[in-house]
Design a protein around this ligand. Structure first.
Ligand code: COA
Ligand code: UVW
Length: 328
């Protein structure tokens, strides 16, 4: 399989997309920014106090070179950004509230993406998911026809590439929302060179249990098939029936998914978030994400447990998401 990140760099070559890093004083962010800046595929912009960022870099022997650093309140366009925020919130924020809210680097950074001064944003190494994504949900918003954003992980081990979703956003999705998550996750898989075979997960396989929870997943599979009739998708499955061919033969012999699924849609955020962390930490898979799906512009979250490598890779992914569809 072509190395995913070589392919991403090929797509980004000569584009130098601007990615905002609101957590500019965190050492992992500074290290990743320095690597991105040197390579030149992405232009990283750090937010935060200049002296603190310089001290963080110096303490670790990192050369900041001419990486751009922005301080929200010192931005000559701060007031204009506050006015644009008030317009976008359409009655949900006053100018006084905007001036306070935009001091927050995630909100200010998201406004830079919304107003086109930047191409994408990556945060969450320090902030919780809720604090990272709320400005994006309020300002960037979802694409037409997409009711909810969701967070997918690319799980990588050796040559294997899997997609897990939703591991980040919607606590208890409805059947309709689960179906949308499945269709969007299949698109994410394709963007990473994975031909999607989607399994809607549950604690039951093809009616082995019938409860409110399993019925929701069965309904979600039916809706998803209508949303994208070409998609290879089925459910409900337990994980073993979706992933292990020998188990699939016993539990779901008539399914189009023959124990060979590579996109896994979890029935709830509890299952998705626990599932990806188990796979990452016990199964030694690399977990890239959560990649937010369905937004009008790319804003991506990190886990607070992320490494420098995770920050670096998510920035490259964010940059590629900002390319027009035909170049992605
Ligand atoms: C994502 C999350 C923060 C949104 O919750 P919230 O801030 O209470 O959101 P609200 O219901 O107040 O909605 C805020 C705005 O976001 C929008 N929104 C909320 N969830 C959304 C979603 N999944 N997709 C798109 N928009 C969404 C709302 O429509 C609202 O927009 P508006 O203000 O323009 O009307 C919340 O669902 C959450 O905490 N999820 C869990 C995150 C988490 O901890 N994950 C585990 C670690 S990765
Ligand atoms: C994605 C995720 O679980 O984020 P965190 O570990 O920061 O809560």
């Amino acid at each position: 399989m072509t190395d995913v990140f070589s392919e991403i760099k090929r797509k980004l070559s000569g584009k130098r997309k601007t990615i905002i890093l609101p957590e500019g004083t965190d050492l992992r962010i500074v290290e990743a920014a320095s690597r991105l800046h040197s390579e030149g595929f992405v232009k990283p912009v750090l937010l935060g106090d200049e002296t603190q960022i310089a001290d963080t870099a110096k303490g670790a022997g990192i050369d900041l070179m001419d990486i751009e650093i922005l301080v929200p309140e010192a931005d000559p366009e701060f007031e204009e950004l506050c006015e644009r925020f008030v317009d976008r919130r359409n009655g949900k924020a006053t100018i006084e509230q905007a001036r306070e809210l935009l001091k927050d680097p995630n909100t200010y950074g998201t406004m830079l993406v919304y107003t086109g001064r930047a191409d994408g944003l990556v945060s969450g190494a320090v902030h919780s998911t809720a604090d990272t994504v709320r400005p994006a949900l309020q300002i960037i918003k979802t694409k037409p026809n997409i009711s909810r954003t969701s967070g997918a992980f690319i799980m990588m081990r050796g040559e294997e590439r899997l997609v897990f979703a939703d591991c980040a956003i919607t606590v208890n999705p409805t059947a309709q929302e689960l179906a949308e998550i499945a269709v969007e996750s299949a698109k994410t898989a394709r963007a990473f060179g994975i031909e999607p075979r989607v399994a809607m997960l549950s604690f039951s396989t093809k009616g082995s249990a019938v409860t409110e929870e399993t019925t929701k997943v069965v309904e979600a599979a039916e809706i998803a098939k209508k949303l994208d009739p070409e998609l290879l998708l089925d459910g409900e499955f337990q994980f073993d029936a979706a992933y292990v061919p020998e188990v699939a033969k016993k539990k779901a012999p008539d399914s189009v998914i023959k124990g060979d699924a590579n996109v896994f849609i979890f029935p709830s955020l509890e299952a998705g978030n626990i599932g990806y962390k188990l796979t990452q930490r016990l199964g030694n898979y690399e977990a890239i994400g959560p990649i937010l799906q369905g937004l009008n512009a790319p804003v991506n979250d990190l886990s607070r447990g992320c490494s420098v490598e995770d920050v670096y890779k998510l920035c490259l992914i964010t940059a590629v998401q900002s390319l027009p569809d035909e170049e992605q």
